[in-house]
Write a new protein. Sequence first.
Length: 242
Amino acid sequence: MLKYYALLGVFLAMHHEQHLKSSDTIRDIVIGMSDGLTVPFALAAGLSGAVAKSGIVVTAGIAEIVAGSIAMGLGGFLAGRTEADHYDAELKREYDEIERVPEQEKMEVKEVFADFGLSPALQDQIANEMAKDKDKWVDFMMRYELGLEKPEANRATQSAVTIGISYIIGGIIPLSPYFFVDNSQHALYYSCAITMVCLFIFGYFKSKVTGQPAVSGALKVLLIGALAAAAAFIMAKLINGA
């Protein structure tokens, strides 16, 4: 009997550890950097096809980075609040259900442990023991029936700040050559070289974090950024030529 409980404890701990490894902070950095590298780069490339002076590109680029970081940060904040509100609503519903239909909730506990391969007798014993502590019972149902983890305190604010700062850092990279090179098309050459390298490195680590093939993931990110910039540049040239 103790052996089963020990094995079960190890399994649940491994499940929880795997969730923690997919860090929310890393996800926010990826979101912010991804758009920060791509959108200002495409904007700078597009303007470089239409104007000769880098000053205009810098002005427009900074305005875009400020607006984009605020918009992305606000999106992260709203997503964090939605996640917290959803968790609170489900938590309230689970407490209500163990009061109204405890036997049904016990059956749901048994179903979880049945998937682990435990015997019906052991399922009954664990469900009955768990029902003695409502808080732990609800916590178990939230994690292993609904797949929900309690959001960190101030998660929405942290997400907004992380995404916003990551966007600013990502956006400054393709814009930086325009601060030092007066001719916008010459600055674009440097911007392309710097940003392509950064997109590849970012895509590589992003793929590593998300468990995807690193090199192919890096090439995908690089290709998306290059296509966006090329499309913006060509469109600006066509419009300016017209």
